[in-house]
Design a protein around this ligand. Structure first.
Ligand code: AHR
Length: 662
């Protein structure tokens, strides 16, 4: 009797194993109805959030190599070290002329007391200076000699061992401030070089705005942006560029807020302030983090234009960061803040007959920047925000009815703060609600249907800041791993399916210096010479390059694909190019056999382009040394009639693109 029983168990185990096996191999049939347009995809749909956090601007995309170039840091000689050689001697003094130049109060006096040897100072750069062999560098300085002094300046770039890798000489003349510059070529590639300015023989000289830029900047603009980093932004084909943040808009207190008018015109007239992220995290102190605003509002508008993105500035609404001091401007004193917003619109769009349009013209851009959107406050909440918002919106809409305004619904995608603002601003007919979600990867999977039930006639959604957090929000242990990126890709099918409601979305933050970051995860990481896109970057890029123009349904067993067997999907038409695009995310550990059947469209090309972003290791990350470990791979697949037969790899994001003859 025992034997048959054992045999029955064995058979049943075998059958159940076989069933699981067959189930995993069951071909999933995705049906795309290409004739059923469900929503229009806005050209702005996938964009960029920029904030000067993690040394994104100074020390990052702003290509200046000298840190504390105008001696405005809290410790005036921060980043500078005194040097003497061959018997040289002297002193360095930082002079304060606040009364005369409040926006740039400090300058340096070098007193060389010796007729032998050399005396001067060196700058450490932003965690070193990235220098490339054979490239041209431009050294510049404001200088004036003291009476009777004829000090020459000799400039040396050195590697960490002290070997000179580039030199130049300048001869400042006269006792009035004048700009001087000289170009030279570096003879070695070094990621942590430093710059020394020497004087020889006795004399005294005043120096300010000591600067070193690569000539090879984005579009070769003097004093411009780091070309490799801007290229990465350009390669995303972003729909918009949000700027300047982020909490930096608000400041830790109101004095520390972002003021756009102080960021345009001559760079030596742009008042430097401490960067709010300098002291934000005890676990990541960055005492050498200031804002020079070399990347200011003119450069911002120019950058947006260069990369084909609509500008989306976010302005302070009379509130400092509510995570910090939460200082408030009294309602009856809001006028200057409101005026800043109105003037920014005139600066961007006004003709040269207007005050601010004239200034833009004088700064080299007669054509308007076509500003259509603006944010009122960053991540504000509470009644205080609602009161201030109403004043801003009335003033802006009265003068510029065409402006679409972005409204905060607080730092969380749910809870009390969110509910109050969401209900209130829906009642007040806000244009865009700015939702933020820094959440666990699972939240992203669980929330793929978030927008399915949103009011189709209410405000549009701007998913203005989001990123999956592998550990916890603001944890220094968060990684840009494939699990996070894949969960974002799955969630984004929900954004895309609901493109009639969700009009804009951006990952945040954007940039991080590997030696100077405060916040992780981030989209693009860099050191002084190199940069890489994270798996999350490639997710954003694939969505942006394949955003199409119109949403069409893709179903599995007649249902929207929102996680069945770990699968997520969305599809669009690109009417401009005549293509059908299907995005499928397989979040499961098993490959899935899939037939993608495209219905009700004529002239399908016999071949589909298939782009796959995949790793079988959910903890996989990209790095400076392995920048494309998780990156898109392209292949071609022949159609069988109107069906694309695929094996969806485990943990994969697949984009299928089929052209049509139309
Ligand atoms: O992206 C980092 C910060 O997160 C932003 O500055 C802020 O808006 C959010 O809290």
């Amino acid at each position: 009797m025992k034997k048959p029983l054992l045999t029955t168990c064995a058979v049943s185990l075998f059958l159940s194993a076989a069933f699981v096996h067959v189930n995993a191999q069951t071909t999933k049939v995705f049906e795309v109805d290409a004739a059923h347009i469900k929503a229009h995809v806005q050209p702005t749909m996938y964009g960029i959030f920029f904030e000067d956090i993690n040394m994104a601007a100074d020390g990052g995309v702003y290509a200046e190599l000298v840190k504390n170039r105008s001696f405005e840091f809290g410790t005036a000689l921060a980043a500078w070290t005194e040097h003497a050689k061959d018997g040289g001697a002297g002193s360095l003094e930082v002079i304060d002329r606040t009364g005369e130049r409040p926006e740039n109060p400090h300058f340096l006096t070098i007193k060389n007391n010796s007729n032998t040897g050399y005396y001067g100072l060196s700058n450490e750069g932003f965690r070193g200076m990235g220098i490339k062999k054979g490239e041209t560098y431009s050294f510049s300085v404001m200088a004036r000699q003291h009476a009777g002094s004829t000090l020459k300046l000799s400039v040396e770039l050195t590697d960490p061992q002290g070997k000179v890798i580039g030199t130049a000489i300048l001869n400042p003349i006269g006792t009035t401030w004048k700009p001087y510059s000289v170009k030279f070529i570096a003879n070695a590639t070094v990621d942590k070089a430093s710059l020394t300015v020497w004087t020889k023989d006795a004399g005294s000289i005043d120096l300010d705005m000591i600067s070193l830029f690569p000539q090879n900047t984005w579009k070769s603009r003097p004093g411009g942006l780091r070309a490799d980093l801007v290229q990465k932004l350009y390669d995303m084909h972003p729909g918009f560029l949000r700027f300047p943040g982020g909490c930096i808009v608000e400041g830790r207190d109101l004095a520390n807020r972002y003021q756009w008018k102080k960021t345009i015109g001559n760079i030596d007239k742009r008042e430097n302030i401490i960067n709010r992220w300098n002291v934000e995290f005890k676990h990541r102190p960055t005492p050498d983090y200031y804002q020079t605003f070399g990347l200011g509002f003119m450069e911002y508008f120019q950058l947006a234009e260069d990369i084909g993105a609509s500008p989306l500035p976010i302005l302070n609404c009379g509130m400092a960061c509510q995570f910090n001091t939460g200082q408030l401007v009294p309602l009856d004193q809001l006028d200057p803040y409101v005026q800043d917003a109105l003037d920014l619109i005139e600066f961007a769009n006004g003709s040269k007959a207007t005050k601010w349009g004239k200034l833009r013209t004088q700064l080299g851009h007669p054509a308007p920047f076509n500003l259509k959107m603006m944010g009122v406050g960053n991540e504000q909440w509470g009644e205080q925000y609602i009161e201030r918002w109403k004043i801003f919106v009335k003033a802006i809409k009265d003068k510029y009815p065409y402006m679409k305004l972005v409204t905060s619904v607080g730092p969380d995608p749910d809870g009390g703060k969110f509910n109050l603002l969401n209900t209130t601003f829906r009642g007040l007919n806000a244009d865009f609600l700015d939702e933020h979600y820094y959440r666990a990867p699972k939240w992203f999977l669980d929330n793929v249907k978030r927008y399915d039930s949103y009011d189709r006639s209410g405000p549009k959604i701007f998913a203005g800041e989001y990123a999956a957090q592998s550990k916890a929000i603001a944890s220094p242990d968060n990684k840009n791993d494939w699990n996070c990126a894949m969960s974002e890709a799955a969630f984004m099918t929900g954004l895309e399916r609901n493109a009639d409601v969700v009009n804009m979305a951006s990952y945040a933050p954007l940039f991080a210096h590997v030696d100077a970051w405060q916040w992780t995860p981030d989209l693009i990481w860099f050191d002084n010479l190199r940069s890489y896109g994270t798996p999350n970057y490639y997710v954003q890029q694939l969505y942006s390059l394949n955003k199409g123009t119109d949403v069409v349904p893709v179903t599995l067993n007649n249902e929207t694909v929102t996680g069945q067997d770990g699968l997520f999907a969305s599809s669009v038409l690109d009417k401009n190019l005549g293509s059908v695009i299907i995005k499928i995310i397989n979040t499961g550990s098993q490959a899935q056999s899939a037939d993608v059947v495209v219905k009700r469209i004529k002239g399908l090309s016999p071949n589909a382009k298939v782009t796959t972003l995949q790793s079988s290791d959910l903890t996989a990350v990209n790095s400076l040394d392995d920048p494309r470990k998780v990156s898109p791979k392209i292949s071609g697949v022949a159609l069988s009639g109107s069906t694309v037969k695929l094996s969806l790899k485990p943990y994969s994001f697949t984009v299928i693109r089929i052209a049509t003859t139309k």
